[in-house]
Design a protein around this ligand. Structure first.
Ligand code: C5P
Length: 210
């Protein structure tokens, strides 16, 4: 079983994806981490995330099996990620790893949950389940701001809101693999607790497979 979860920044995709993976005993891939890791590497090398040569070079040098060691959480890294995510050759390099993960999930699991921006449209267009998780920008910024503070990272609500809005705009309007709901079932998490979102998705998946 393949579950594709897409949506804008900080909408609650990761939280939902992890819970669904645990519940249905599936592997989990946060594809944003791949783009963030490339962004981190470009910045580390003193490169420009919007420059195709710098970004593709970093994407090729990435070891996708080894992403846990670096801190990829900052909004600086997220911004770099969204700039290089608009470069077609970067997406091509990362696509192969994502599709291999879905085809042969690690740990012998019977399927996988992948979350990102183009999972249901490009990475796994034949996914058994497609969800589009969204929320109002102000709510997403509030949640992300709180998360960053809890991690001890410096952040202001206004800066996070501006960054999230700029990133969403870039992700929605780029030519390759833009963020869109397509044929996915939409879940707006603005007024819902993580438990309520999980229950809604679980019920939807169980309905589909019965
Ligand atoms: O999901 P996350 O916020 O970590 O993603 C960081 C950035 O990576 C996004 O803003 C987006 O530009 C890019 N991304 C993408 N396609 C994906 C996952 C992430 O373009 N499947």
């Amino acid at each position: 079983m393949i579950v594709a979860i897409d949506g804008p920044a900080a909408a609650g995709k990761g939280t939902l994806a992890k819970r669904l993976a645990e519940h249905f005993d599936l592997a989990f891939l946060d594809t944003g981490r791949l783009y963030r890791a490339v962004g981190h590497l470009v910045l580390d090398r003193g490169g420009d995330p919007g420059n195709p040569a710098d970004a593709v070079g970093a994407a090729r040098a990435l070891d996708p099996e080894n992403l846990d060691s670096v801190d990829l959480y900052t909004e600086t890294v997220a911004e770099a990620a969204s700039k290089l995510a608009a470069i077609p050759d970067v997406r091509k390099v990362l696509l192969a790893f994502q599709q291999a993960f879905a085809r042969t999930p690690p740990g012998g699991k019977p399927g996988a949950v992948l979350d990102g921006r183009d999972i249901g449209s490009v990475v796994c267009p034949d996914a058994d389940v497609k969800l589009f998780v969204t929320a109002r920008a102000e709510i997403r910024a509030e949640r992300r701001h709180k998360e960053l503070q809890e991690k001890g990272l410096k952040s202001t609500y206004a800066a996070v809101l501006a960054e999230i809005e700029a990133r969403d705009e870039r992700d929605r309007t780029r030519k390759v693999s833009p963020l869109k709901a397509g044929d996915a079932r939409e879940i707006d998490t603005s007024e819902k607790s993580p438990d309520a979102v999980f229950e809604e998705a679980r019920a939807y998946i169980e309905d589909l497979s019965s």
